[in-house]
Each structure stands twice: as C-alpha cells, then as structure tokens.
Write a protein that binds this ligand. Sequence first.
Ligand code: MSP
Length: 474
Amino acid sequence: MVKKPFYITTPIFYPNAKPHMGHAYTTVLCDALARYHRLMGEDTYFLTGTDEHTEKVVEAAKKQGKDPEEYLEEIVVGFKDLYKNLDISYNQFIRTSDQEIHWPGVVEMWNRLVAQDDIYKSEYVGLYCQGCEKFLTEKELVDEKCPDHNTEPEKVSEENYFFRLSKYTDKIKKLIQSNEIKIVPEKRKNEMLAFLSKGLQDISFSRPKEKMTWGIPVPGDDSQTMYIWMDALTNYITALGFGRGEENMKFWPGVHVVGKDIVRFHTIFWPAMLLSAGLPLPKAVFVHGMIISNGKKMSKSLGNIINPQDMIDKYGTDATRFLLLKHVHPFEDTDITWERLDEWYEADLVNGLGNVVARVMKLAEMHLPEPIGQPTVAGFAQEYTGPLDSYDFHGAINYVWRCIQKLDQKITEEEPFKVVKEDPDRGRKIIAECVQDLYIVGRMLYPFLPEANKLIKATILENKKPENLFPRLG
Ligand code: MSP
C-alpha cells in the first residue's frame, strides 16, 4: 500500500543570533504534528532550516570579525544542538546559502515568474526596514520609526525588479474565501481578507547588489540581488528537489506553520508565486500566537528573556516540549514566567503524569505475577485524532490529560490495592486494566513527550515501577 504523504514545515529562521524561544516553540509544534502523522502511518516529511541572506547576518559576522560563511557554520550548529536537545525529528535542515540544494530551485522559480511576464523592472521609492526585511508605508510608522524595531527605516530610491502581485488579488481572495488556501485559525483568515480588500500592490523582488551584498543574484542580471522573501519562501520546494531533479516533490503541497507576524508572506505572496509558477498551493497555513514574558515581548533590554536551553536544563526535554505545547495557547499570545512554568511542571507532570505512572506501575509490580505483555491498540479515540487531523494539537493534548486524570480517579475510586487482598483475581483484573489504559496514554504521548512514551512502554513490558519520571523541583 502506498503511504499517504504528509509534509510540514517551520519557517526558516534568521540566524543572526542564537535560537530563541519563538524558534523553539514553532519547531516543537511542527515536530508534534510530524510525529502524529508518522504515528498514523503516513509518509511524513518535516523540513526546517535557516534563512541566511539577510544583511543582519553580514553585520553579526562582521562584529565577530568573521566572514558570513564561518559565522553561519557556528550559528547553525547552535540551532541543530537545540533541536537535538528538544528531540526534534526533522528530515531535512535547509540553508538558503546552500548553492547546490537551494539556489537552482530559486532560479527556476524566478524564471517561471519571468515566463509569465510577472517580473518587470522599475524605479522604487520607499522606506526599507532592515529589521523586518521589508518596505514599510508611512502609515505603518510610529514617530517616523518602525513600531516593531524602533528604528528609522532607510529611504530608498533605486531600480528594482518587481513581482506583479496585483494581478493575483482576486484569485487569492477567492482561494482564501473558499478555504482552498486554508488559514487556521479563522481570525487570521479574516485579517488577510481585510488586507486583500484594499487591493494588492506589486512588490519589489530585488535590490541593487551594493545594497544587498549577500544573496542570490537575479538570473541574467547580477547587478541585482533577489529579495530575501522571494528566496526564502521558495525553500519549501527547493528542499524537495524543485529545480534539481524533483526527487521529493511528491510531498508537495505541505502545511506551513508560522507566527502571526509572517502570515501575509505565506498566505498571499507565496500562493501568488506558486500560481504564477503553475504549482499547487499549500495545503494549510497554521498561524500560532507569540510567547511573551511578564506582559512584554521578550528582549535583552527588558531582561525578561527565557532561553529554551535554560528550560531544557531545568525541566528536561520532554517537560520543555510539554510546557510549550500545553500551556502556550495555540492562537493567542501567552505570557510565560519561570514561576508559572514551575507551577505547570509541578501540576501536570510531577503530580499528573509522573504520579499516575508511578501509582499504576507500583500496583502492577506488587500484584501482577508477570508483565501483561504488549497490549494491542485497535486505534485511537476520535477525541485524539479528530483535533490532531485539523492541527489542533492543544485539543488532543488536553484530551490525553483528561485520560490521565480519569486513570488516577479509577485507582482512587475502585481501590484495587484493597480489592486485591479480598479478591485477588478481581483486584489483578482492575490493575491490568489500569496498565492497559496507561499504555494507551503512553502511545498518545508519542507526538508530545517522546521520551515518556518510550519509558512507559518499557516499564509496562518489564512490569516495573520506573525511576522518578519528573523529579520535583529542588
Ligand atoms: N526568516 C523569516 C521566515 C522565513 S519563512 C520562509 C523569519 N524568521 S524569524 O527568525 O524572525 O522568525 C521565525 C518565526 O519565529 C516566525 O514564525 C515568528 O513568528 C516566530 N517567533 C519569533 N518570536 C516569537 C515568539 N516570541 N513567540 C512565538 N513565535 C515567535 O521571520
């Protein structure tokens, strides 16, 4: 039987600094969805990587007295180390400076847009924000500064190549309205429709090489460098072999997971490029909220940064994944502080999952003469698969925690530890049921807490109470 393909992507991250909590969050979320689809037996491909052609990389490298290539090597190792420590099961890590893997497909994409007469040269006058890597309008400025970066954008007047985005306004609007470009959640769909109702302008798709020194040259005109978003968005297919043999293009179209700040690029610009190039549109774009701390965006100057590696050092890999998946709201901004993380860790992992595993396996070890063997799981509950099939990992994880609670309640109410003394057969039967239920919980944890999943299975097969799964915080 041919397995159904499933393709999921993180945004490719700017590597001008070490990975932060936002990167960790998006990537854990994608990992959970990728693992779920593998659990369902689908042929799953999970892509992540780095978006390297930004002037910020050139500056960051200069500060350290390195050239961009050398600087990037180290930063990329940092990303990969973090992913390892978060148990991220990516299939490919793409780097946009990779001239073999990435560049041919970007050139192919450019040429396809040219073939449709969707690229033309013109004068550009505008305000460019380096922080956003995009042009801003006067209206978007606050006190003449970019509100996100608090810096004055650069006044620019230059020759650029433009992409005829305006041509696709009506098409994209219809595709979003009809959910052919599926945007989750609904409120982001409505935001994009509101944005489209004002009409789209053509966008600058290249900059002079003197201004953008680091990037992919425009085919046939190397005095111009391609716009970083044109280059970056195309990664989703260059990774699959677009422009160089197409070896994995069977995975396209895929699901993109992005933060709310880059929805427009993924639901409007990217689909317009794909339409122009004659390629299928993404299956869905899932838009998550932001992690903030103490009511504010995390920043060095505010001193409220929570570093993902510090979380892993404190709570461990599984617990860090869990805290991000269960306690960060999928669609709204979520405030995290160390105090709150500690509380969640204690409540859900130490007193929740950890306690139930210990309780069940202690009973099993004491009262069952032998391991129950590997239970067969006929399938997963609709309350678990339903939400996950529509990217609602939060709904699914909440369901698993309800199962954990129920299991705890069952032991409290049915008191197998007492029953087993009066009626050993009945007592053992209840305990064996609890072990079975625990096994199913363990299986369902696989996308979220892969280590706990393994450990629960192993303890059941050995019929032994495990070491403390989630130690209390000292
Ligand atoms: N390079 C572009 C994406 C190109 S995709 C073709 C980019 N990179 S980024 O490194 O700035 O951000 C990547 C992702 O991290 C975005 O989806 C962004 O929303 C997410 N996050 C950045 N900070 C975040 C939080 N504090 N919380 C959650 N996610 C956040 O944009």
